[in-house]
Design a protein around this ligand. Structure first.
Ligand SMILES: *[C@@H]1O[C@H](CO)[C@@H](O)[C@H](O)[C@H]1NC(C)=O
Ligand SMILES: *[C@@H]1O[C@H](CO)[C@@H](O)[C@H](O)[C@H]1NC(C)=O
Ligand SMILES: *[C@@H]1O[C@H](CO)[C@@H](O)[C@H](O)[C@H]1NC(C)=O
Length: 494
């Protein structure tokens, strides 16, 4: 067990017996990358500019605006399509070393297919990438952050396995055009979240109601797509481009209510934290964890399904997928409490898990109902990943806090300093191999179904002003100090 309770005298003893002085404990290791993150649909705007195709978020916000709490859209958002130079300036001013952004598939391939490439889209990302590099900032590109071209949704979207091939074709266009300069890639962002976009007709785009079925089909396609992209890069680009590829996974830490509930947390999702996606890619054995296969197969049979709702990998696919990573991207926000019990409709992943989840009412809240502030869960989860998968390099691709706006964002400052301290304990005391951190988010932006009501930016954006001016919040100032000194300032250390 890597995680252990530590005593804060001048020195603390690590699991391996090394002493860590209190100065080191609040200092980022050499080579550790610090930066900020965004996603295309949430910031770019320019929804129909210069040949961009329609994606599933354009469709949802235009055709079912009532699903978004303030009936807003990402049509303009931060207008980063026209103001990206300002975003780069914010990063530069902070001392950021890395910028994680995503590419809009339909801006590059308007119909989703690689037979028609939109040169204006290629130009936009070339300009952004070149400007970042000119300013000494490394681009980290997410290939897919939830904005599927509508033409591919018309074929059924992610539950259709053909998308594992179309994703590979899209990725090839990205490697060909940007791979000479982009060395850090993420295939997918939070597949756990967008698999749930197929479990409710009031949920995220495409907002389709097929729980317990389409979510597993989505997971299956995404895992195969990730593996296809990784293997294609190995065959066609890696030798020349020397980039690294990961996937950005998310899960809340699950804290058992009592010692009798440890097994319940092990079935969260179902399967332990992250495992639906991480086990096929990061484990030695590959494939879904046996607890997932056994439970979903058995419950499907009880429910009268002839075919299990969980698709199967062939042994060729298990081998092909295993080890398709250079690092693991991880988004941490919050924790839940887990308890033995059954909840959720039949069929559903919730019911398959055999776990009841809730959050401790004593955990401090945010503007988002699901986001309670639980910094210790971050350290526990990092330890869990390290133990489970042989301590792979982990890049923290997201971590952040929501409020209702305002420049004096004291609670966001505390969120960042407390989480960074927990991460540094995981690095220095527990020897978890964390290699980088991008705060979510560089700027206030379109927060999906919450529209502009929940703000995650470290820079405020005035969404009324057509020029969308950006202003640093208190949190941006504190992160600037942290990024420039590469340590947590004394006033945040108890
Ligand atoms: C480290 O410990 C020393 C001695 O107790 C103290 O003076 C110093 O302020 C501490 N530094 C931090 C960053 O906690
Ligand atoms: C998968 O890999 C294992 C171990 O390398 C090997 O024994 C097995 O034959 C492989 N299966 C297939 C179908 O290639
Ligand atoms: C920000 O808010 C905190 C707590 O609400 C307060 O103590 C502090 O003085 C405020 N700072 C500024 C610059 O307004």
């Amino acid at each position: 067990m890597r995680f252990q309770t530590v005593c804060f005298f001048i020195f603390v003893t690590t699991a391996f017996g090394a002493d860590v002085d209190n100065e080191t404990l609040v200092t980022f290791p050499d080579g550790f990358l610090l930066g900020a993150a965004t996603a295309s649909y949430q910031i770019e705007g320019g929804w129909d500019a210069d040949g961009k195709g329609v994606n599933i978020w354009d469709t949802l916000t235009h055709e079912r605006p009532h699903l978004v709490v303030d009936q807003s859209s990402g049509d303009v958002a931060d207008d980063s399509y026209h103001h990206y130079t300002e975003d780069v300036k914010l990063l530069k001013d902070m001392g950021a070393q890395v910028y994680r952004f995503s590419i809009s598939w339909a801006r590059i391939l308007p119909d989703g297919h690689d037979n028609k490439v939109n040169q204006a889209g290629i130009d936009y990302y070339n300009n952004l990438i070149n400007l970042l590099l000119d300013n000494g900032i490394q681009p980290m590109v997410t290939m897919y952050h939830w904005d599927l071209p509508q033409k591919l949704q018309d074929l059924g979207g992610w539950p259709n396995r053909v998308l594992a091939t179309y994703s590979e074709n899209y990725a090839r266009v990205l490697f060909k055009n940007f791979g000479d300069r982009v060395k850090l890639w993420l295939t997918f962002n939070e597949p756990l979240t967008f698999m749930d976009a197929y479990t409710s007709d009031t949920g995220m785009a495409p907002s389709i109601n097929a729980p317990g079925i389409a979510d597993y089909l989505t997971a299956h396609t995404v895992i195969l797509a990730h593996a296809n992209i990784y293997r294609m890069y190995e065959r066609e680009f890696k030798e020349q481009q020397q980039g690294k590829i990961g996937i950005a996974l998310n899960i809340h830490w699950c804290e058992p209510v009592s010692s009798g509930d440890v097994a319940a947390c092990d079935r969260y999702l179902p399967g332990r934290p992250l495992e639906i996606f991480a086990h096929p890619i990061f484990s030695e054995e590959g494939d879904y964890p046996s607890v997932v296969k056994e439970r979903v197969d058995a419950i499907s049979a009880e429910e009268g399904f002839t075919t299990s709702r969980l698709p199967k990998f062939t042994s060729e696919e298990v081998n092909f997928t295993k080890g398709t990573y250079d690092f693991l991207g991880y988004n941490y926000y919050t924790a839940v409490m887990g308890q033995e019990g059954v909840e959720g409709e039949s069929p559903s992943r919730t019911r398959d898990s055999g776990m009841i989840q809730f959050q401790d009412p004593n955990w401090p809240g945010s503007a988002s109902s699901w986001l309670k502030v639980v910094p210790w869960g971050f350290r526990k989860l990092l330890n869990w990943i390290a133990n489970q998968y042989g301590n792979p390099p982990i890049f923290i691709t997201e971590n952040g806090f929501s409020d209702y706006g305002g420049l004096n964002d004291t609670n966001r400052v505390l969120y960042y300093t407390e989480h960074l301290k927990e991460m540094l304990k995981a690095i220095h005391i527990d020897e978890v191999n964390v290699i980088g951190y991008t705060a979510w988010s560089l700027v206030d932006n379109f927060e999906w179904l919450r529209g502009y009501t929940e703000r995650y930016g470290i820079h405020e954006v005035n969404f009324i002003d057509p020029s969308r001016p950006r202003t640093p919040k208190e949190s941006a100032k504190v992160l600037t100090e942290i990024y420039q000194t590469r340590k947590i300032p004394d006033r945040f250390v108890d």
